[in-house]
Design a protein around this ligand. Structure first.
Ligand code: NAD
Length: 328
């Protein structure tokens, strides 16, 4: 990005640091605490495995460093509360990576809901069924082992379902009430890898389907949609997303132009949904530059975590892989 210096990276993996070096990052640390105390930073971007977010965010906050942290803010609402108070006490900015809010089609829905274009929304469907950690990259890559840790409270819901829970509460008020949760574990993992949730946000009844079992043959396909049914109209995000091939060709051409004029390319823009990552980062950096409030706060992440805990509490015991031993 223009006007941004990537000062240093920290990763315990030498391979990851070599990767950063190949991208021109000159300062490397294996210990993020050392990075925080050694460098003069405006902000840190934290993209560690979920269970390590809390310690790292608290450490950055302690040093007065603004933070962008990947979702989930933390694995449990209690930890989110702890972070929320630390952020308030230290007066830093903290934004959480709810990148789905930055998809064009979602921004359009938000606008229509606010303007009442569809009337009162009575029914909403949220769907995100992909292949989770299984081969998301074009080249084969090992799946990080933290995805298989047995001490998680949830994975499928915490990982992909998280975005859908956030969108529901961003679109509608009041906070969701969970009526029914059903989990499955298609891959026999130590936790759920797919789920259906029925909930209510005030007068809006919502159905949420999330899963990790679908591996589309076409890597440009993105199996995510929101469907809204209001008293004055209906819409699906499928109608609001560009043709994926035309989009890839258009963005590819822009990158060729960038290369020819010696500018940085934007490899993620080939797929329309990955543009959301640039937008959320740009928004965060603008908030730091202009001293503005960030659009996704610790409070937002805390409320998502609380809703996920409600979802977990509604799962019948025999379906919850965390409490039901498969071998018994
Ligand atoms: N918003 C989204 O759509 C989205 C997409 C992917 C990942 N994520 C989130 O991003 C985070 C990272 O996910 P990922 O898939 O990139 O994981 P990953 O395992 O591929 O990367 C994590 C990195 O952290 C490093 N690491 C682990 N322990 C460390 C430690 N103690 N100190 C320093 N470095 C350490 C690892 O070496 C690795 O390079 C997760 O919280 C995940 O939920 C969000």
């Amino acid at each position: 990005m223009k006007d941004v210096d990537l000062v240093a990276v920290a990763d315990q993996s030498p391979a990851a640091l070599r990767y950063a070096k190949a991208f021109g990052v000159t300062k490397h640390y294996q210990d993020y605490e050392k990075l925080f105390s050694s460098e003069d930073l405006d902000a840190a971007i934290i993209a560690l495995p979920n269970s390590l977010h809390t310690d790292c965010v608290l450490s950055a906050a302690e040093m007065g460093i603004n933070v962008f942290v990947e979702k989930p803010l933390a694995e449990r609402s209690q930890e989110c509360e702890q972070i929320k108070f630390a952020v308030q006490n230290k007066g830093i900015k903290l934004m959480v990576g709810h990148n789905f809010r930055f998809h064009d089609c979602i921004l359009k829905l938000k606008e229509w809901i606010q303007e009442g274009v569809l009337g009162d929304i009575k029914l909403a469907t949220f769907e995100y069924v992909i292949n989770g950690p299984f081969s998301v990259s074009l080249l084969p890559a090992p799946i990080p082992e933290w995805f298989f840790a047995k001490d998680k409270i949830s994975m499928g819901i915490m990982d992909s379902g998280y975005h859908l829970v956030d969108l529901q509460r961003w679109f509608f008020e009041p906070e969701p009430t969970i009526l029914l949760s059903r989990f499955s574990d298609v891959y026999n993992l130590p936790y759920e890898d797919s789920a259906t949730i029925i909930s209510e946000s005030g007068e809006t009844r919502c159905v949420t389907n999330v899963g990790w079992f679908c591996r589309p043959p076409d890597p440009l396909k993105f199996n995510f949609r929101v469907i809204l049914h209001g008293t004055a109209g209906f819409v699906s995000t499928d109608e609001l997303t560009p043709n994926r091939y035309l989009h890839a060709v258009k963005e590819g051409s822009k990158n060729i132009a960038r290369r020819l004029s010696h500018r940085r390319i934007r490899p993620l823009e080939y797929t329309y949904w990955q543009a959301s990552y640039y937008r959320e980062q740009a928004t965060f950096l603008d908030c730091i530059r202009n001293d503005e409030m960030v659009p996704v706060t610790a409070e937002d992440a805390l409320k998502v975590a609380r809703t996920i805990e409600q979802i977990m509490a509604k799962v019948p015991q025999r379906e919850n892989p965390n409490v039901y031993s498969k071998s018994s």
